[in-house]
Design a protein around this ligand. Structure first.
Ligand SMILES: Nc1ncnc2c1ncn2[C@@H]1O[C@H](COP(=O)(O)OP(=O)(O)OP(=O)(O)O)[C@@H](O)[C@H]1O
Ligand SMILES: [Mg+2]
Length: 318
């Protein structure tokens, strides 16, 4: 696997406070990597190190093969960075904003005109090209900011909370844009504090909490890992049936635990922690049926990543 961002035991202290306590990231080339964690987890600090804006207290980081400590210029050329704050740009029009940043990357004037037009089209802001930047809505500013990161055609985009503060529709637009950029061959490393929000768009995620990376990998691999414990909810007639069902289920090797849960509409319910395949799940329902338990419901709890993750961090799954 080709890693385009790699960090080794990255640490950062502010005074006595350890903001990063040894982060080792592995971001494959071409991935959309969601870097997820609550406020204060260390996302922005990590990104600022990757973009060479802050130096780590210890550890190393490489972006596109360049060390952030030893080859800062090469790192900066390889990345487009979208900070978490847009900033204030008085009296600057949308096209001027992009033209200005393109000029900062030494793109000649003759190329800037078509480039700015392309970028505005990509983020769907052509109709706003003459507007003052400060007058744009938050969603438009985020898109403009994203366009700016692309001016020098970088390989890697490092985006700090690109969807924060946006309404649901604007969030979807940003998500679609990220997908488009990935299709253009960019690697996207972006942060968010909402796991459910990144699940759809990411190929990989890393979850950071209090300066530590608590899990990382491809979404599929993480789901598989978490899916080792499926949650089956079984509804039966009454408590006696529930007890019988729990006993029968408990005899199967694929059943980790079976416990009664809150009754509903006078019926009894059972939650089964199940670690087997679909075939084995079939065996469970058959066993209950043969044991004389009448099943009123037999459902697998649909679990999104957030739900599964909560179970892992509460120590319910090992
Ligand atoms: N320059 C600084 N001086 C002192 N403490 C800092 C500094 N920068 C960050 N911190 C602290 O480091 C911790 C991590 O901050 P960071 O901004 O990286 O978190 P974050 O995951 O980006 O959070 P958020 O979701 O709120 O953006 C926080 O406790 C923060 O207060
Ligand atoms: Mg932050």
């Amino acid at each position: 696997m080709d890693l385009i961002i790699k960090t080794g035991d990255l640490r950062k202290s502010f005074g006595n406070f350890e903001a990063l306590r040894g982060i080792s990231l592995e971001v494959p080339a071409g991935s959309i990597y969601g870097f997820v964690g609550p406020n204060g987890a260390g996302k922005t600090t990590t990104m600022r190190i990757l973009t060479t804006l802050t130096r780590p207290s210890a550890g190393e980081a490489w972006v596109a093969g360049h060390s952030v400590l030893e080859d800062r210029r090469a790192v900066r050329r390889a990345i487009g960075y979208m900070p978490d704050e847009f900033g204030v740009y008085e009296d600057l029009r949308v096209w001027e904003y992009l033209d200005f940043f393109a000029a900062c990357y030494d793109i000649p004037e003759s190329q800037r005109k078509p480039l700015v037009a392309d970028l505005l089209e990509l983020v769907d802001l052509q109709h706003r090209r003459e507007d003052l930047v400060d007058k744009l809505s938050r969603g438009m500013k985020q898109r403009l900011s994203l366009a700016r990161t692309l001016a020098h055609d970088p390989q890697v985009l490092i985006l700090d909370e690109p969807a924060s503060g946006l309404d649901p529709r604007a969030r979807v637009e940003i998500r679609e844009l990220l997908g488009e950029l990935a299709n253009m061959g960019k690697t996207i490393f972006f942060s968010s504090h909402i796991l459910a929000d990144v699940e759809d768009v990411c190929s990989h995620i890393g979850i950071v909490e209090a300066g530590e990376l608590i899990m990382q990998g491809s979404i599929d691999a993480l789901k598989l890992q978490l899916m080792a414990h499926r949650e089956i909810i079984i509804t039966v007639m009454d408590q006696a049936s529930a007890d019988a069902a729990a006993r029968l289920a408990g005899e199967l090797g694929t059943v980790v635990s079976a416990e009664s849960i809150t009754p509903k509409n006078g019926r009894a319910r059972l939650r089964v922690d199940f670690a087997g395949t679909d075939q084995e799940l079939g065996i469970l329902s058959q066993r209950l049926f043969e044991g004389g338990v009448t099943l009123l419901g037999f459902n697998e709890e649909e679990k999104d990543l957030e739900h599964m993750f909560m179970r892992v961090t509460r120590g319910l799954v090992t």
